[in-house]
Design a protein around this ligand. Structure first.
Ligand code: ADP
Ligand code: MG
Length: 339
């Protein structure tokens, strides 16, 4: 069986040739201190974040787009592949998407983990390339396409033409940083301490980057959070408004916009002309933040589109590669093949 893997900082997805997406779980491993063996992986492990007793740690092995914990990363890949393949046909070819910032050492670690999970051959493909393929952009044509993939730990901005990445930026700002900005805001402005899961809930419920025309109702929404008062240490609830949360998110959102600008500035003029004409495509979970498309469009003067199913683009791109192993030579040829 051939499989494509989106090894994301927040979520890992697997695609099986001929079947489609067969697994979609958080990239989290819960380990018992001392023993180093995984107690839970994926969805079950994410439930434990912020709730574990002292002796259990919930690890996100790829947190900031780099592998922070090799053993946990290997364990996670093995676990997911075994779960998806269920013991059948272990001699597997794999196309694994990795953040474009990973080092050669980390690439080796990912290849090693994939092989220990049963891969016979491993191709690594750069995340923005997979995202662009999955979003349906014409990556092999001479036309320049710009994709902005906003994941949990990183945002990858790339201009692609003729099957290759012409220019790219990888910044360590993504959904996690948006969550942290909410946590910081609530602590500074309201002296309330909230957990990272709560901050993510706030972002998904009422977060936005720009007012969305036609959704004025949304502007009046509020969200009640529970946390701990900084001074008294006692539990307290607080009602947050859409405007407050937007202000809290301003800094990381501006960082994403700055990366889009910098990539455009580095781009050869012919290709930036193509991007001006055809627009920028947003993928990854961060693309779901309401108004982010409008805000980037307003700052860059270029039309911006959110891909269909932005959370699935990368794994669908790697899935296209496993379905068309032979005809997608140009893309895979640039990826690393390790025997
Ligand atoms: P990665 O590829 O790094 O695993 P994903 O593309 O899976 O990341 O996106 C995960 C991120 O998207 C998380 O930070 C999550 O909070 C964020 N996200 C998911 N849904 C939404 C939403 N509706 N609004 C804003 N952010 C979202
Ligand atoms: Mg991703």
């Amino acid at each position: 069986m051939d499989i494509g893997i989106d090894l994301g900082t927040a979520n890992t997805l697997l695609y099986a040739r001929g079947q489609g997406i067969v697994l979609n779980e958080p990239s989290v491993v819960a380990v018992q201190e001392g023993s180093r063996s995984a107690l839970a992986v994926g969805t079950e492990a994410k439930e434990t974040i912020g709730r574990t007793p002292g002796s259990i740690t919930a690890i996100r092995p790829l947190r900031d787009g780099v592998i922070s914990d090799y053993e946990a990363a290997e364990e996670m890949i093995r676990h997911f592949v075994r779960k998806a393949v269920k013991g059948r046909r272990p001699r597997t070819r794999m196309v694994v998407c990795v953040p474009s910032g990973v080092t050669p050492v980390e690439r080796r670690a990912i290849v090693h983990a994939s092989r220990s999970a049963g891969a016979r051959a491993v191709h690594l493909i750069e995340e923005p390339m997979a995202a662009a393929i999955g979003a349906g952009l014409p990556v092999s044509s001479p036309r320049g396409s710009m994709v902005v993939d906003i994941g949990g730990g990183t945002t990858e901005v790339a201009v692609i033409s003729l099957g290759g990445i012409v220019t790219a930026q990888s910044l360590r700002v993504g959904g996690d940083r948006l969550d942290a900005a909410i946590t910081d805001f609530v602590r500074k402005e309201h002296s309330l301490l909230i957990g990272e899961r709560t901050a993510e809930d706030v972002k998904v419920a009422i977060g936005s980057a720009w007012p969305v025309p036609g959704e004025e109702e949304r502007e009046r929404a509020t969200f009640t959070v529970r946390g701990r008062e900084k001074v008294s240490g006692l539990p307290k609830t607080l009602e947050l408004t859409v405007a407050e949360v937007r202000a809290a998110l301003d800094e990381p959102v501006e960082a994403i916009i700055a990366a889009v600008r910098a990539t455009l500035e580095e781009c050869p003029p012919e290709l930036s002309g193509d991007v001006m004409e055809h627009g920028i495509v947003l993928t990854g979970g961060g693309a779901l933040l309401p108004g982010l498309d409008l805000r980037i469009a307003s700052a860059s003067g270029i039309p911006v589109f959110v891909a269909d199913d932005p959370l699935d683009c990368v794994v669908l791109g790697s899935g296209r590669c496993v379905e068309e192993f032979d005809s997608l030579h140009r893309v895979l040829g640039r990826a690393e093949r390790v025997r």
